[in-house]
Ligand binder design. Sequence first.
Ligand code: GLY
Length: 351
Amino acid sequence: MNRVRVSLAERSYDVVVGEGARHELAAMVARVGSVRQAIVVTQRALIDAGWLEGLNCGLPHEVLTVPEGEAAKSLATVETLCSGFAQRGLARGDVVVALGGGVVTDVAGFAAASFHRGTAYVNVATTLLAQVDAAVGGKTGVNLPEGKNLLGAFWQPAGVLCDTEMLATLSPREWASGRGEMAKYAFLAPGDPDASLLDLPLDEQVARCVALKAEFVSADEREGDRRMILNYGHTLAHALEAAGFAEGRGDLRHGEAVAIGLVYAALLARRLGRIDDHRVELHRRVVGAFDLPTALPAGVDPERILSFMARDKKAQHDLTFVLDGPGGVEPVRAVGSADVLATLAEMKVDQ
Ligand code: GLY
């Protein structure tokens, strides 16, 4: 088993990666303290797939389900979960186990953050995307009609289990979703970006990504500056998702949107004189090697995308992008909308 430590003083925790990591759940729950009961939050499909059979929390547990899909990331789901916790007598010293992909870890994590003003939770991540990204880092939350992830809390899990055996049943599109984040890490790792991560055994691929994420989170838990780098490729990705390309036209998975966002960020960095043609080509090559799209989906309205980007960036009050440059990938503030639009026009479009 690979163990990665997320070092955050008294909020530090382990991410255990490997085949069968889910069997470490009882030991991880025991480390939370004097817990009397657990509530497992998951989805129907994971129960039907048999992943709860033999799941051992080491103490009595009950199961609550949340619906599938991004629409489940709502305040209504959190309210239903918290009512379920209350009806089952979950105490502040007990534990929530979030077993699923990013939707489950985000809503269950936020429900745990809010219930009794903070109840411990453990993530058992079942998708590649959750293992390399969503389950680690402590950002929990839900969407509002006005935007994605607008409501949430920084609430670190007590531990994370990334069982690579559970990835065996993922669909090709779900693999692509996780690989988009992996392609991002290829540009954040020391040295020249390439796709050699894919040559490693799967558990090492996941562990390498988690180790990179842990480094950024440990350095900047609440995303003051350094952690923002983890959003590389995400500004366009979030705008495409908000504009409906994730669940309607184009049906992009998150990682596919990130892949397109990485190429966009490279073109924007070139426009701003930060990188050259060779580096842009390298972005296309690496993203392509992860078997991900590099062109915009057809039907993108640039002005609409710009307005979603501006909304996504409200926290910073200006258009801040994470861009490659001579000193590596870093946040770049106050990017002009003319450059943003001109770069969108430069992108190849998928026909
Ligand atoms: N939960 C994902 C993150 O903290 O980045």
